[in-house]
Design a protein around this ligand. Structure first.
Ligand code: SF4
Ligand code: SF4
Length: 382
């Protein structure tokens, strides 16, 4: 709804009222909260459960909660989960079948009813990742009906980034730290001597409808200027950057690079990077039968291209080596994803860097491929 957005200011009581209004509407509100030494995404019954006063320190293979010297609620980057845990759950029953005593077979579509989610605090990179998953799972010839329904019902409240982490590189992927579209409401948090508040702007008719129910103030010049400055400063403080190259061409030209051996020697093929990645979408299905053989269920669960079974065809896996599996993941993300979906499969959230037990850094790997591609190769002796 470009051009018709309403802007206003919410204080903390206004944020409380926002969560209360969404809960009153029957929505399942999900947002960041502190649990088990991390900022995780979980169902919230009130805005008081937000991680007020907590920040994070991130580096390759490292994640630490830190106390802030202010009470900011959204001054942290993405944690171990992304919103795909809710829109595209890790495990989901698709159907079940029952055989009665007379041999009659009954098959039931068994997907749980889609909750009406409200996501509070969606980062710009994660908003872009949802748009990427929409293209993969909610459109095309074979949409995932469960995803599409959860997505259709979801209400998205973005939070612009004011505190990037050491692993963030959204600026170089063009996906942050400001949000441009794809949200119902967008918040920018401002903490200053004048108080703790949130500049809010609407991005949909539903966002407008919710905002009119909240105690709010008109957007004033000081709050608007501070909000813009905070996002601008965040853009200048990115922890990392993807090298400015044509990623699609570089990865396509690097299929036989020596660097694959180097990264394969470090990669544990654990698949953590695919699980935490907000755009990775691969699943497999499993049939589960009870001991009587009268009841069976089909489950869909996340899969990973790092798993040997992922490329198993009769006789063995197509990608048996760590080199081939890491290459599959990176070249798909940064090159062939363009061919399939018209965008990169990376939004610069940095999760795969922080949650890789070997500290493998996607930006560092791309820099190494670029260096190798510009280094003349020695000719093999004739
Ligand atoms: S790159 Fe890191 S997180 Fe990904 S599979 Fe290898 S060791 Fe695991
Ligand atoms: S590849 Fe890594 S940095 Fe890129 S979106 Fe996935 S987890 Fe985030």
């Amino acid at each position: 709804m470009a051009g018709t957005a309403t802007t206003a200011v919410l204080d903390r009581a206004g944020l409380d009222a926002l969560v209360a209004a969404l809960v009153a509407d029957g929505r399942t509100v999900v947002g960041p909260t502190v649990r088990d030494g991390a900022i995780v995404l979980a169902e919230l019954s009130g805005a008081g459960q937000l991680p007020y006063g907590w920040g994070v320190e991130l580096d390759a293979g490292r994640y630490r909660l830190v106390r802030r010297d202010d009470d900011a609620a959204f001054a942290h980057s993405g944690g171990p989960q992304s919103w795909k845990a809710f829109l595209h759950p890790e495990r989901e029953r698709l159907w079940s079948a029952e055989r009665a005593a007379d041999g009659t077979l009954t098959v039931r579509a068994d997907r749980a009813e889609a909750p009406s989610y409200a996501f509070l605090g969606v980062r710009p990179c994660d908003l872009r990742a949802i748009a990427v998953q929409d293209r993969v799972l909610a459109s095309g010839h074979y949409p995932d009906s469960g995803y599409r329904e959860r997505r259709r019902r979801a209400f998205l409240i973005a939070a612009e980034c004011t505190e990037p982490a050491g692993t963030c590189f959204c600026v170089s992927m063009g996906s942050g730290p400001a949000v441009d579209d794809g949200y119902d409401l967008a918040l920018t948090e401002v903490v200053s001597a004048a108080g703790h508040r949130f500049l809010v702007r609407t991005g949909s008719a539903e966002g407008e409808r919710i905002l009119t129910r909240l105690p709010r103030l008109p957007a004033d010049a000081e709050t608007t200027a501070l909000a813009s400055a905070a996002v601008r400063r965040a853009a200048e403080r990115m922890g990392r950057a993807m090298p400015p190259v044509d990623l699609r061409a570089l990865m396509g030209a690097s299929l036989e690079a020596e660097r694959w051996d180097d990264v394969a020697a470090r990669c544990l093929t654990c698949g953590n990077c695919t699980l935490v990645c907000p755009t990775c979408f691969c699943t497999t299905t499993e049939e589960v039968t009870d001991l009587t053989g009268d009841h069976t269920e089909r489950w869909q669960r996340w899969d990973s291209c790092f798993d040997l079974d992922f490329s198993y065809v009769h006789g063995g896996p197509v990608r048996a080596s760590a080199r081939s599996r890491y290459r599959q993941w990176l070249t798909h993300k940064l090159s062939t994803w363009y061919d399939q979906f018209g965008s990169p499969g990376c939004v610069g959230c940095g999760r795969c860097i922080a949650w890789c037990p070997a500290g493998i850094d996607i930006t560092e790997e791309v820099a190494a491929f670029r260096a190798e591609s510009s280094t003349p190769r020695e000719e093999a002796p004739q």
